[in-house]
Design a binder for this molecule. Structure first.
Ligand code: HC1
Ligand code: SF4
Length: 562
C-alpha cells in the first residue's frame, strides 16, 4: 500500500495500480481515448493527463507511489487535454455527418465534452487509400487516430497480429505488414478490431443497399434469418438495456421493413446439433479423429485454415447454422411452398462480420444458387430500422413464421460461449444413453473464463470437453488438443454476443448481460433440447431422411481449404 493525495483527499491505495485505476475506484472520471483496460495501456493520446507533483503525466500509464500529489482537474489540465484533442482532430477528416460512427464516435464525444468549436492547429492532413479488399472489413486510414487499440486487440485477444504500425512520424499508418491488404492475409474477418476502434477508421462492409433493393423488387421472395445473439443486443441501439430480449419486436420490425417471411437461425442451430451430435457419436464409437471441434464460427475456421491446417481433420464437417439455413431456404422451403427457388432472396442478420465472408466460401451454393445472398450485422439492421422510421421500442411482439422459425432453448444459447457445447451435450447424452438427462444446465461451460472444461460420463465413458472463445484462447487450447473428446471454439470473446457486428460498446459488461439474456430465453422455451424440435423431426421425415444421410451431406456439410 502507498499513501497519496488525490484532488486534496488523502488515500491509502494498492501500490501496483495506475493513477487512472485509483481515480476510477474513487469515482473520479478521467477521460481516455487510446486506453483499453489490460489490452492497450500505452499512454499515447495524452487525453488522460493529470498533474502529478506539479508535472503533467498520462494517468493510464503512471503508477501510484508513496507521497504522490495528484490533481485531476485544473485549468492547466483542461488546457493540456484540449491541446491533445485538437492535435488529433487537426489530422482527422471532418466527415462526421457521413461517417459510419456518426453519433457514437468516441472522438466526437470528447470534442463535445471539451467544447471544441474550432481547430487552432491547421496544416497538412495525411491521405491514404481506403482498403476495400476484405468481404467483411473496411479500413479507412484517413480516419485513423493511431491509438493502436485495433493492433493490440488483434494481437493479444485474437492472437492473429494482422495489423501493425508501418512507416514513421506523420506518415505512420496502421496496416497489415508489408502494405498488404486485409483481404490478402490471415485476417479472420472477426471484426474485433472494429469494436475496438474509437472512430470510423474500421467498419463493416455496408450491404444495406443490396437488401433495400431486394425488398423493393416485387419479383423477389425475400426471407430473413436472425442469429441467436441479435435478439439480446439490437435493443441497445434504441436505448434499451444490454441483454434485453427483444425477439418479438425484432420480428415485427423485420415485417415492417417488408420481408416476406421472418425465420430463425436458431432453427438450423437445432439442426446443426442433430448433425454434429451424430458426427460426435460416430467418432466416439469408432474412436477416430477425436477431438471433434465445432465449425460454426467462420472467423475460427479461417484462423485454423491459416494457422493449424494439420488439425483440419478434427473440424466438424457441418456447415454453420447460417449456411444450413440458406441451403434449406432455397430447396426444402420453396419446394414445399410452390415458390421458384430462383426468386428466393435470403438475408441473414448476424452479430458477426465474418459471416459476410462465410457466404462467399466454396461449397456455400449447394442449393444450386448462392445459399445466402446478403449478411447484415446487428448494427446495419438497426440503421435500416432507423431509416424506415421504425419506433423499435414501441413495436408490438410478433412471432416467427413457420416452419423455419421454430426452435428450442438449445438453439438460442448457441449465441454465447459454451452454448453450442451445452446444446450438443443435451442431445448426445440422451441419444447415446436413451435416458433423460438429469439436469439440463451445464454450469461448467458457462461464463466468461477464457477456457472452460468439463467431464461428463456417458454409458460409462468419460467424455472430456473444452470451450474456448477469443482466438488467443484457441491457440492455447490447441496446445493440449489430445486431452479432449470435443471442443467448442468461437472466434469472438464471449462468443457471438461479443461479435464484431454488435452494437457499440461491446465490452465485458454488455457481453455478460447479453449472455444472461440468452440463458433467460433458453429457460422460457418449453422445449430445450434440439432433438425434440418438432420441425427438425419433420424435416428429417419429409426431406433429409436421417442425420448424416446422403442428402444431409449434400446440403448441410462442407470441406475446408488447406
Ligand atoms: Fe452465431 Fe451461429 S451462434 S455462429 O455465433 O452457430 O454469428 O448469434 O448465428 O451460423 O445459430 C453468429 C450467433 C450464429 C451460426 C447460430
Ligand atoms: Fe484482426 Fe479480426 Fe480485425 Fe482481422 S478482423 S484485423 S483478425 S481483429
Amino acid at each position: 500500500k502507498v499513501n497519496i493525495t488525490l484532488d486534496g483527499k488523502s488515500l491509502t491505495v494498492d501500490k501496483d495500480k495506475t493513477i487512472l485505476e485509483v481515480a476510477r475506484e474513487a469515482g473520479i472520471k478521467i477521460p481516455t481515448l487510446c486506453y483499453l483496460e489490460e489490452i492497450n495501456e500505452i499512454g499515447s493520446c495524452r487525453v488522460c493527463v493529470v498533474e502529478v507533483n506539479g508535472k503533467i503525466q498520462p494517468a493510464c500509464v503512471t503508477p501510484v507511489s508513496e507521497g504522490l500529489e495528484i490533481t485531476t482537474t485544473s485549468p492547466r489540465i483542461r488546457e493540456a487535454r484540449r491541446i491533445s484533442l485538437e492535435l488529433i482532430i487537426s489530422d482527422h477528416p471532418m466527415e462526421c455527418l457521413t461517417c459510419s460512427r456518426n453519433g457514437n464516435c468516441e472522438l466526437q464525444r470528447l470534442a463535445e465534452d471539451f467544447g471544441i468549436s474550432e481547430i487552432t492547429y491547421e496544416g497538412e492532413q495525411s491521405h491514404f487509400e481506403p482498403d476495400l479488399s476484405s468481404p467483411s472489413i473496411v479500413r479507412d486510414p484517413d480516419k485513423c487516430i493511431l491509438c493502436r487499440r485495433c493492433v493490440s486487440v488483434c494481437e493479444q485477444v485474437q492472437g492473429v497480429a494482422a495489423l501493425t504500425p508501418n512507416e514513421r512520424g506523420f506518415s505512420t499508418i496502421i496496416t497489415p505488414a508489408f502494405g498488404q491488404k486485409l483481404g490478402e492475409i490471415a485476417c479472420a474477418n472477426c471484426g474485433q478490431c472494429i469494436n475496438a476502434c474509437p472512430v470510423g477508421a474500421l467498419s463493416e462492409k455496408d450491404d444495406t443497399e443490396k437488401v433495400w433493393e431486394a425488398l423493393a423488387n416485387p419479383d423477389k421472395h425475400v426471407v430473413v434469418q436472425t442469429a441467436p445473439a441479435v435478439r439480446v443486443s439490437i435493443g441497445e441501439v434504441f436505448g434499451m438495456k444490454p441483454g434485453s430480449l427483444v425477439t418479438g419486436k425484432l420480428m415485427a420490425g423485420l415485417r415492417r421493413l417488408g420481408f416476406d417471411k421472418v425465420f430463425d437461425t436458431n432453427f438450423t442451430a437445432d439442426l446443426t446439433i442433430m448433425e454434429e451430435g451424430h458426427e460426435l457419436i460416430e467418432r466416439l464409437k469408432n474412436n477416430e479423429r477425436l477431438p471433434l471441434i465445432t465449425s460454426c464460427s467462420p472467423g475460427w475456421i479461417k484462423f485454423i485454415e491459416h494457422f493449424y491446417p494439420s488439425y483440419l481433420e478434427h473440424i466438424s464437417s457441418c456447415k454453420s447454422p447460417q449456411q444450413m439455413f440458406g441451403a434449406l431456404a432455397k430447396t426444402y422451403y420453396p419446394e414445399n411452398n410452390g415458390i421458384d427457388p430462383e426468386d428466393v432472396f435470403v438475408v441473414s442478420v448476424m452479430p458477426c462480420t465474418a459471416k459476410k465472408f462465410e457466404i462467399t466460401r466454396p461449397g456455400m451454393d449447394s442449393s444450386g444458387y448462392q445459399d445466402v445472398d446478403v449478411v447484415l450485422t446487428t448494427r446495419e439492421l438497426a440503421k435500416m430500422f432507423k431509416q424506415a422510421g421504425i419506433d423499435f421500442v414501441n413495436l408490438p411482439d410478433e412471432e416467427y413464421d413457420k416452419p423455419l422459425g421454430i426452435s428450442t432453448g438449445a438453439g438460442t444459447i448457441f449465441g454465447t460461449t459454451g452454448g453450442v457445447m451445452e446444446a450438443a451435450l443435451r442431445t448426445a447424452y440422451e441419444v447415446l444413453t436413451g435416458e433423460e438427462l438429469p439436469g439440463l444446465e451445464f454450469e461448467d461451460v458457462r461464463g466468461l473464463e477464457g477456457i472452460k472444461e468439463c467431464e461428463i460420463e456417458i454409458n460409462g465413458q468419460k467424455i472430456k470437453v473444452a470451450v474456448a472463445h477469443g482466438l488467443s484462447n484457441a491457440h492455447k487450447v490447441l496446445q493440449n488438443i489430445d486431452d479432449y473428446h470435443f471442443i467448442e471454439i468461437m472466434a469472438c470473446p464471449g462468443g457471438c454476443v461479443g461479435g464484431g457486428g454488435q452494437p457499440y460498446p461491446t465490452n465485458e459488461e454488455t457481453i455478460r448481460l447479453r449472455a444472461q439474456g440468452l440463458y433467460r430465453d433458453d429457460k422460457e422455451h418449453q422445449i430445450r433440447k434440439s432433438h425434440e424440435n418438432p420441425v427438425v423431426k419433420k424435416l428429417y421425415e419429409e426431406f433429409l431422411g436421417k442425420p448424416l444421410s446422403h442428402k444431409s451431406h449434400e446440403l448441410l456439410h462442407t470441406g475446408y481449404v488447406v
